[in-house]
Ligand binder design. Structure first.
Ligand code: HEM
Length: 211
């Protein structure tokens, strides 16, 4: 993959375990014990994720840095789809509305993103790339697995896009590369250094599935 997106991808792939991404993962980790998501936990994960997508999408709309406008209405937005899925899960499985706590992983990440969007565009863009692209790769794999285990194979709106997702991703890759052309080498390195934190925050969200 060319341009700065290629650099961001290479750093992200090294932070995967070999179990997660056998071809490119760089981390040797013991095989996890049986992974057992629950309906309640998965619903919580969707609700926490909605808060995070909303924070990303609102910050991009607000565009406190004008270059964020490139990432408005890309077709990768997920907030509306998540709202539908959350309603569907509650109704179908007769579950209470999930409560998103102020000190939970979704709200904490959202708050952090609001601050980064204002104060540190390179860090914010690093989170944007990792969060939105992870969802279409490993996120989709997890979604398929959970659907088979718990939802009778139901394909949630969260995993469905209007149009060909690989074309949507290519459009965003081109915008990311264009944006980074205006960055110095120091700014690019600064952006890449935030990848680990993007993994850390996403990891906290994913933990909800098994709780
Ligand atoms: C259980 C967790 C995960 C699994 C199983 C997983 C798996 C994968 C796999 C197999 C790929 C390669 C896709 C391909 O190009 O063929 C990938 C790509 C990627 N993953 Fe993950 N991943 C996980 C978690 C994460 C997390 C937490 C992040 C960061 C927040 C992340 C960020 C990315 C990015 C940025 C790519 C590149 C996507 C692209 O080039 O389009 N992944 N993941």
């Amino acid at each position: 993959m060319t341009g700065f997106v290629g650099e961001m991808r290479a750093v992200a792939m090294k932070l995967h375990t070999k179990e997660q991404a056998p071809k490119e993962g760089g981390i040797e980790a013991p095989k996890p014990a049986v992974w057992a998501p629950t309906l309640k936990g998965y619903l919580q994960f969707l609700a926490e994720s909605e808060v995070v997508y909303d924070a990303f999408e609102s910050a991009l709309q607000e565009a406190s840095h004008p270059e964020y406008a490139k990432f408005q209405n890309t077709g990768l937005e997920r907030t509306a789809a998540l709202r539908e899925d959350i309603k569907w899960m509650q109704q179908t499985y007769n579950l209470p509305a999930p409560v998103v706590e102020g000190d939970g992983p979704g709200k904490r990440y959202a708050l952090h993103l609001q601050q980064l969007a204002r104060d540190d565009p390179q860090y914010f863009i690093c989170h944007y790339y990792n969060f939105f692209f992870a969802h279409t790769a490993g996120g989709r794999m997890i979604g398929t697995k959970v659907a088979q285990m718990l939802l009778d194979g139901k394909d949630l709106q969260f995993y469905q896009y209007n149009g060909d997702v690989s074309e949507l991703l290519d459009g965003v890759r081109a915008s990311l590369n264009e944006l980074a052309e205006h960055w110095t080498r120091e700014q690019k390195d600064h952006c890449l250094r935030e990848t680990q934190d993007a993994f850390r925050y996403s990891g906290m969200l994913m933990k909800c599935m098994t709780e």
